[in-house]
Design a protein around this ligand. Sequence first.
Ligand code: ZN
Length: 240
Amino acid sequence: MVQNVKEQLEILADLQQIEISAARLEESLSKVDQKLARLDGELVQFSDAVETARAEVEDIRQKYKADEEEVRSISDQIAKNEARLGTIKTNKEYQAALKEIDDLKRKRSRIEEAMIETLEKIEAAEKTLAEKEEFLKQQEAEIEEQKKDIIEAASGKRDELEKLKQKAAEVAGKVEPRLYQTYNRIKQHGGGVAVAAVENAVCQVCHMNIPPQAFNELLRLDEIKICPNCQRIIYPRQNA
Ligand SMILES: [Zn+2]
């Protein structure tokens, strides 16, 4: 366990690197459920669009059926009126009955014309429905694929995270216990960063100059030094 200051600092820098990588993985993993939910949400939208299109087709078909029903009813009325013609005694009543039949036939024609238009609307609505169904099918396959990729990647990241945590515990075990406490305390206050490299007398975390006297002491590596500005544990690093 007895190591010199240089070794301790190297271990701490190593530990910090591992912990930062682990934190990044955790951050990314925390977004996995969100990503999956967003994809499911997209799918619900496409599926809703299919339902809307299907309801539209159904509505128009209902209208067509109602018209069909009415045409049948009018035809029945026409047939009854025509059958009654032979029993009519006066010319005036006969003319009135003929006019009624004529009116009914005109009404039936109007409805039949509207039904042709309705048929075209049904065709268009069915086409839209088929397109939306096809699109949904494509999206289902695509989103399934994306979800699979996300889940697979997450599983890989979880394995990696597990390894990093083991490694961190292993490395942390090599740190002198009191220094480890200090490290954790500084890490808490320092936004997860406890150790800062110093290059050319500049702290690489807060970018402030280390005063010459303190820098010289740091280079001696005979005790743990703290950045006078950001209070992080500092170690000298040659810049390439
Ligand atoms: Zn600093």
